[in-house]
Write a protein that binds this ligand. Structure first.
Ligand code: G3P
Ligand code: CA
Length: 349
């Protein structure tokens, strides 16, 4: 993992150090997260909205997550042909929209329809559906929102629409819910000729998200994407995602965490990096303790109440273990209400 340090990063680190110092003396809070800003001390991150109840990445799903009390709303981002950031997990539209019916002749050789090949106007013609396996059409989560509706149409949301939704609801409720956007496939977008980070920065700046104290955290699996944001002058908080596969192993070493701490404010590891498939704590919890020692917050992913890992007896048991026994600072979850209820009940005990 090569770092591309520059003058901005140095300035950012010194500002960050000042914030840490002030925070330590005034409130003793860590660099990122400001737990008192979370309703119950740990960040409830609504993973793709509230997809346990409404199709992922739709404004309806985000509104539900907001109403359930999430602290952050998470959109994965892809770009359209005309360079607009949209809320979408896959590079292709096939698993979550009716693109193959609306544009039957626009697939690439692999028979998939790539979002980057469609303008926003075209993508807005699509109906979003609950996630399916494209080959069979079977629902990935059969007990979630069904695809039986005929009159009801969900649309693909842009990042700007999500921000306007959140900022409007913040104005109306007096809350300060944040957004947690992820640059998906940044290097792939670069290969297609797009400066993903610039496009993201343009939208965030337009809506006033500019400093580390603003309610936004940008995340990516690609270190280069986060470093590119720093090169562009981004002072927002950044989180380095860490997958469960061997390619990300270098990131969980002490040296890897040292490098991450140079450009990021936190890590977002797969739960499997903390608790293995047998239910054992990985490496004596070295990842969380090592991250905290470097002022990095830890936001693991993804809790799904309807798809718990075999080692978890219940959602509450998994959350208790991650957030309190092992010390994670928040969690990505498909059912934000479950995490909010767990934290509320625990706080009231
Ligand atoms: O961003 C955290 C988590 O969502 C990463 O996995 O594939 O759901 O984006 P994915
Ligand atoms: Ca994500």
């Amino acid at each position: 993992m090569e770092l591309k340090g520059n003058g901005h990063n140095a300035r950012y680190v010194s500002v960050k150090a000042m914030i840490i110092t002030i925070g330590f003396f005034v409130t003793a809070t860590p660099a990122l997260g400001e737990p008192e800003a979370y309703t119950y001390g740990k960040a409830v991150i609504a993973h793709r909205g509230a997809p346990g109840y409404l199709p992922e990445h739709t404004l309806e799903s985000y509104a539900m997550a907001y109403g359930q009390g999430a602290d952050y709303l998470e959109p994965d981002l892809m770009l359209t042909k005309d360079g607009v950031p949209i809320a979408l997990h896959d590079r292709t539209l096939n698993a979550t929209t009716n693109v193959a019916e609306v544009f039957p002749d626009r697939a690439r050789d692999d028979d998939r329809h790539y979002a980057i090949d469609f303008t926003l106007d075209e993508i807005k013609q699509l109906a979003v559906r609950e996630r399916v396996y494209p080959a069979s059409g079977e629902l990935v989560y059969p007990d979630r929102f069904p695809n039986t509706h005929e009159e009801l149409v969900f649309r693909v949301a842009t990042l700007a629409e999500l921000i306007e939704l959140v900022q409007g609801m913040n104005h109306a409720t007096g809350r300060n819910v944040g957004i947690y956007p992820e640059t998906k496939a940044s290097s792939w977008h670069a290969d297609q000729g797009y400066d993903f980070e610039r496009k993201l920065m343009d939208v965030l700046t337009e809506y006033g998200y500019e400093s580390a104290s603003d309610p936004v955290i940008v995340q990516s699996f690609e270190a280069e994407s986060l470093q590119r944001l720093r090169e562009l002058g981004c002072e927002l908080r950044l989180v380095q995602l860490i997958g469960g596969g061997p390619s990300a192993d270098p990131m969980v070493t002490p040296e890897g965490l040292d490098e991450i701490a140079e450009y990021a404010d936190g890590i977002g590891p797969s739960i499997s990096r903390i608790i293995d498939s047998a239910g054992e704590v990985v490496d004596d919890n070295a990842l969380i303790t090592g991250a905290h020692a470097r002022d990095l917050v830890v936001h693991p992913w993804t809790v799904r109440t309807d798809r718990l890992p075999d080692h978890a007896d219940s959602t509450e048991a998994l959350l208790e273990r991650l957030l309190f026994d092992l010390g994670a600072d928040g969690v990505f979850i498909d059912q934000p209400d479950a995490a909010v209820a767990f934290l509320r009940e625990r706080a009231e005990r």
